[in-house]
Design a protein around this ligand. Sequence first.
Ligand code: SF4
Length: 611
Amino acid sequence: FKSRVWYMDEYATICPYCGCGCTTNVSIREGRIIRARGKEDVGINEGNLCSKGRFGFDYIYSENRLTTPMIKKDGKLSPVSWEDALRYIAEKLESIKEKYGASAIGAIGSQRCSMEDNYMLQKFMRDIIGTDNIDSAARFGYAKAQKAMEKAFGTDILPIIKWDAPLKADLIFVVESDITSTLPVWGLNFIKAKNDGAALIVADTKETKLARNSTQWLRIQPGSGTVLLSGIAKVIIDEGLYEKDRAFTIKDFDVFANSLKEYTPSAVSKITGVSEDEVITLARSFVSSKKRLIALTSNASENTKSINTLLAALNLALLMGDGPDAVQIPAEFSNTLGMWMVGIRPLGDGKNAYEIFYEPDTVKALYIMGENPLVTFQDVSKVERTLNGLELLIVQDIFLTETARLADVVLPACSWSEKEGTFMAATGDVQRVPKLISETGQSIPDWKIFRNLARVMNKDIGLKDLMDIRATIADMVVKGGTKEVCPSFNPVSHEVMESVSDEYPMFLVTANILQHSGALSVLSKNLDSVVSDAYLQINTKDAKRYNIQDDMFVKVRSRRGEVYLKAMLSDEVPEGTVFAPLHFAHARVNALTYPSLNGGLPLVAVKIEAA
Ligand code: SF4
């Protein structure tokens, strides 16, 4: 039976892409994954998969996979043995530590590597090297959600989502978040909730799938979600509709109420583009609903929200006496939460990813695991300058990425299906991923590389196998999140860091799209066959004004750089706004953008012209 040509072994595993953590059944023939399918009623996703889960697994067979360690000699990366590579790294790290101290060394973890991999990275850096400069790309996304939650609820409980939260709500308010693209299967619950009778109100500049499926779509100006949320809060306070018994007891109520002075319906209408009546009606429906929910994403690839947007949403929940669950902010990637839990962030006075990449000379050596900052981080020219200025760059990845090409040493790691590991979904569920296929070339699991490197350095990292690591992680996870809950309002500002001008008259909005959400999906031939290139969505009227036709190259210039993108004429974006996905390396869309941590909104003003 097994010898029949159609025979395939079937195994259940977890999709490696987003925070939904969907269960997928993969079929394997002759050691190769042939297909992935959902199985009805299996997993939190109940058999549903999006295109990434269904077809995107083939990135593991990309010709760009790393198969051997490499060291750069005369400007060229050349294959070497594992022993030589690890010895080289050990010597270099030790000499940099001796010369500048351990604080001159930093590390970047990965939201897509397992909890065990990330745990061992931080353990190696903290215990063997002695540095706390450990962070990840989540600094520009999920860390903001965590910080906002901590400010509003005074707790270190991580923002997690409830899978059925949309289905239990009678009013859902989605603010500038394309949930069906970033967490596609969870996004289905929003549409189902609307079909079952809930009011689904979407405030977004772009006509997203949720906007098309909403009961009401408010096409707001890019980045004005904070203002709309604050305007709703003001109407609720002015009309005395808030939960007085609860709200009064919350810290800084008066300060918050006073801070809303400027958000009158007419001012809000001017900034957002939503009519005064709509603001007032929305506030009243918010109050009259029994179970309301605000949902918004906090992804590093988005530039229309800041920590202020998240705080404005949390203020509204507090005003109505709702708990943290009334605001759902999902973790973006398959293991964003797990990575955060095991300590991929500065825990003491270490430098964060912003300081490492955007402030001069923060570190001399950087160890990057499973991340491609040269494509996925904002303002890539600055990122490139930082990487080029290092004395030592080590990249451990499954691909020869753009960042890996700049490295002094490159180490080949196993992909998600080539090793065992655990991942924490956006719901907080920890799920085990089995090893399903053989390693590619000489690649080995990330966690094992750190164990081996410690051995080469004659140091005992104290953990010898996965069981050891898991037991330690389990202990950490159980001990997490126990601080006292002490809610407080946080007055917010809607400061925008860049405005349009005569020279840069349009706003550029960036975000994920359904097929592409990071560095992996663009290496999937299956997903590439659907969307294979970056593009610039332009409203048809703007296109006419600038004499731009479909598929024509457009020069897009911001205050930081210029790129060329193919035009896609579409009324999904309004006049005055263009949209581009970020994840195609060759397109360098991140040459136009810039990062923002706690400050204002990182809107990007651009000029476009037919190339
Ligand atoms: Fe994978 Fe997320 Fe799609 Fe589920 S929703 S199949 S986890 S990318």
